[in-house]
Design a protein around this ligand. Sequence first.
Ligand SMILES: Cc1cc2nc3c(=O)[nH]c(=O)nc-3n(C[C@H](O)[C@H](O)[C@H](O)COP(=O)(O)O)c2cc1C
Length: 324
Amino acid sequence: MGLAALSAFRGDVILAQSAAEAGIVSVMSGASLIPMETVANAAPRTWFQAYLPVDSARVDRYLARVEEAGFRVLVLTVDMPVAASPENMRRGGFSAPLEWSPTLIADGMTHPRWLLGTLLRTLAAQGMPCFENSFAEPRCSPEGNDQVFPRIPLVSRKTRLRFAARDALTWRDVHHVRSRWSGPLVVKGILGPQDAVLAREGGADAIVLSNHGGRRLDSAVSALRQLETVVDALDGFPVLIDGGFRRGTDVLKALCLGARMVLVGRPFNYALATAGACGVRHAIDLLATEVDRDLALLGVGSCTGLTRERIVRRFTCGSGGMTS
Ligand SMILES: Cc1cc2nc3c(=O)[nH]c(=O)nc-3n(C[C@H](O)[C@H](O)[C@H](O)COP(=O)(O)O)c2cc1C
């Protein structure tokens, strides 16, 4: 998740270190406010998630930076070709970068713990936070002083993050990334079997089935609903999944249906915002304990014993429609 350093002081580092201590994977966002090098140093086994720059010369430089930082696994998010409808974000006073407004200032003033413990502490330590790892165009970053890796400030009226305008990218670009990235490549944001097959043909080593937390395309199908179909289409190829996994039983259901790994976003972000490192450790512990307990209650010794037969379906879809 991007912007984790807004949830807590050095949030990305806390998330990555807490995951490393617990022996689980964490994925650092390319839309984070902490330089990737800092996170890679603090938790060397962290994976890096990238939004691809549009032109290939920049892609190469960007990938070189990620590799030099020490990341081994690259997660390429492909479900943000253009910006999502911004109406709910606008309603909440959110934009990327943020813009000074009475609502934003009032929000800060009415959350003194966050204001002091996160924002002012960050400002004192490093000045205005920037999108340190986005590959934005130099003209978007008049404040940036580095033409190769320009930085976009967190609060700015003049600049816009260019997560959008990626609609020119195609599967050829995934092939290109594959040719330049020597480590494992994971493509995130797949929702259907055809795209899953294209990702595999593009050289991915795994995919993440995801609808971006339901925050992009309204009415998009949930990743879990698509899981079986995609797993069947890929014949043993690793399928990871995220979106709405909150309880141990949620995780087990996905594993039964063929997911190799379940990724969890918002719960750890909320834990981070609530109680920093302590909160993240607690959230990991809660979920790990639930998974263990639920396995025992199922009478299964380890996750490898989870198979489709353990799922009892309430409904099946036949050619004549849905029957109970
Ligand atoms: C605040 C926030 C920021 C996110 N930023 C990113 C991002 O930078 N890159 C990305 O691939 N996905 C991003 N996502 C999507 C998550 O990685 C994940 O797909 C989604 O939240 C579903 O998991 P969850 O239901 O456990 O939160 C973000 C989600 C949230 C809520």
